[in-house]
Write a protein that binds this ligand. Structure first.
Ligand code: AHR
Length: 556
């Protein structure tokens, strides 16, 4: 029996069945044609109303369905490493040159050649760590070409990124100066693909050795008396691809060899990061962990959200709901990848001593029209804010294994947090998410159980809400929430176990249009605003997330 049949039967059940109605229609008895017409009319009106009522009930249910969230305040044990909020900057397009680096002689306000406005903006979001010099560039980089008087530094061809000439004016000293100005930790990626073990050993010695040695003396000659601290060091990048097209067995052996010579000098202790996998390449992770797991502190992982696919990536700003849905669906995949790579790591490292280091992630679209295709310059919209918000929620939630993540790439490349045009600089929606989420840095993850409806599009569905929660050192609870649905608001009832909330405040990032982005003429089209739609009732936090929004609540 169809829904419609059932409905008619229910209505006529006690007085006459559907079959009865047919007999009425055929009746030649006392009921004349007028009565029949009236009956039919009434029935049509009734059915129409019933249909409307049903559909509106259905609609109401969808709009007003209350999603539930339980946050176990008493069960937090893992720390969300602040390094999850890290960045990646490569010698690529306008990330370094015309990004951070303008040179000492620039008319733009700078400190030893590094733009002051950029430093200020990145300090505001508490950038904890910066990865450099690549990326693919790292496995071609000759570090010795980037030290000493600038006029004497040899040039090289940046073969991966447009074949442009690299003048090496931004090298080791400039990078470590930048990290000092940013007050963040450096993460240097060494050259395995085309560099020697000796060169890698000497680089670490040059940076960290306090005593008398050829490299330490050379550093002093170049103006730096004291060694720097260098904790994070990567042994190659994407060595399955641009870093040498290696098989995992071969790279695992190379890793074992190279890492041997990455020494701990003068009290500096290096956290060694092996080149890891990407997407669903689980074999690489398995081999690396099996052959070299005991010799590494971290294993990297790369995941890019590429809507449309590599052959036909979407525009960063010219898109509709199909691309919105596709992008968020693909961004969510990182959770499955992290879980599965982590499960493989568990086999060899059940104590989770080896960190999963997601040192490249972000959206990858077609470049902005008219720009060099090799420079990977793209705009950044509200959609990117949602990608950042949900991705950081996933990293937070897996902080027992994910110890660092680095968005690609800080300035003017891929999912940048800052875009520059000559003296102008804009902060992207992704920047604002990093700003709002900085409260999670080094806070304790609070396990949360979300029960939410789906955001459905063309017969496919993804969860409508993404969440993570933490408690900071002052006892404040922060819940970051994303409503992935671009059309419907989401009501949430949040129970905080073992905690009685007194106050709730928040910030929201949203806009009327899903493509909204900041431009050099209108740099503040989309910025965070105070969020008012959260309240406490009977010790429960009730909130309503507007469509396509990122919200961070602070609960005391
Ligand atoms: O971030 C751009 C490039 O993407 C990096 O150089 C490389 O590691 C990755 O394939």
């Amino acid at each position: 029996m169809s829904f419609f049949d059932k409905f008619v039967f229910l209505e006529f059940g006690n007085h006459g069945s559907y079959r009865d109605l047919r007999s009425i229609k055929n009746s030649k008895g006392r009921m004349d044609m007028n009565i029949l017409k009236i009956s039919l009319l009434l029935m049509a009106v009734f059915l129409m109303c019933a249909g409307l009522t049903l559909s509106s009930v259905k609609g109401e249910k969808e709009n007003n369905a209350v999603n539930t969230l339980i946050v176990d305040v008493d069960l937090g044990k893992d720390t969300i490493s602040k390094h999850i909020y890290g960045h990646f900057s490569e010698h690529l397009g306008r990330c370094i040159y015309a990004g951070y680096w303008v040179g000492e002689d620039s008319a733009l306000p700078n400190t030893r050649g590094i733009r002051n406005d950029i430093v200020e903006a990145l300090r505001k979001i508490k950038i904890p760590v910066l990865r450099w010099p690549g990326g693919c560039f790292a496995d071609e980089y000759q570090w010795k070409d980037g030290i000493g008087p600038k006029q004497n530094r040899p040039t090289m061809i940046n073969t991966h990124w447009g074949g442009v000439t690299e003048n090496n004016h931004f090298g080791t000293h400039e990078f470590l100066d930048l990290c000092g100005q940013l007050d963040c930790e450096p993460y240097i990626c060494g050259n395995v693909g085309s560099g020697t073990v000796g060169e890698m050993q000497e680089w670490v010695e040059y940076i960290t050795f306090d005593g008398v040695s050829p490299m330490a003396d050379l550093r002093r000659l170049n103006g730096r008396a004291k060694p720097w601290k260098l904790r994070f060091f990567g042994i190659g990048n994407e060595n399955w691809g641009c870093g040498g097209s290696m098989r995992p067995e071969f790279y695992a052996d190379l890793y074992r060899r190279y890492q041997t010579y990455v020494r701990n000098f003068s009290g500096n202790r290096v956290y060694k990061i092996a080149c890891g996998s990407y997407n669903e390449n689980y074999h690489w992770t398995d081999v690396l962990m099996r052959e070299a797991g005991r010799m590494m502190n971290g294993l990297s992982f790369h995941y890019y959200t590429v809507p449309g696919g590599w052959g036909n990536k979407n525009s960063a700003t010219d898109f509709g709901e199909p691309e919105w849905f596709d992008t968020l669906k693909k961004a969510l995949l990182v959770e499955e990848y992290i879980t599965r790579h982590s499960t493989i790591m568990d086999r060899y490292d059940p104590e989770k001593q080896v960190g999963l280091i997601v040192d490249e992630w972000g959206t990858w679209y077609e470049v902005e029209p008219g720009t060099n295709p090799s420079f990977l310059y793209q705009q950044n919209s509200l959609r990117d804010a949602l990608v950042a918000g949900l991705t950081l929620n996933i990293f937070n939630s897996h902080c027992e294994r994910v110890k660092m993540a680095n968005i690609a790439q800080t300035i003017n490349v891929l999912q940048a947090v800052i875009l520059t045009k000559d003296e102008k600089m804009i902060l992207t929606p992704t920047y604002h998410v990093f700003d709002m989420y900085k409260v999670h840095q080094d806070a304790t993850l609070l396990p949360s159980q979300l029960n939410c409806g789906e955001y459905e599009f063309k017969k496919e569905g993804i969860p409508s809400i993404s969440v993570s929660a933490s408690r900071d050192r002052d006892g404040k609870i922060h819940i970051s929430l994303c409503n992935l649905d671009p059309k419907k608001s989401q009501e949430i009832r949040c129970e905080l176990r073992d905690f009685t909330p007194q106050t709730v405040i928040g910030q929201i990032l949203t806009a009327d249009d899903m493509t909204t982005h900041n431009t050099f003429d209108e740099p503040e089209r989309i910025t965070p605003a105070p969020f008012k739609k959260a309240q406490i009732k009977n010790s429960t936090v009730l909130t309503s997330l507007p469509p396509k929004s990122v919200v961070v609540l602070e609960i005391d």
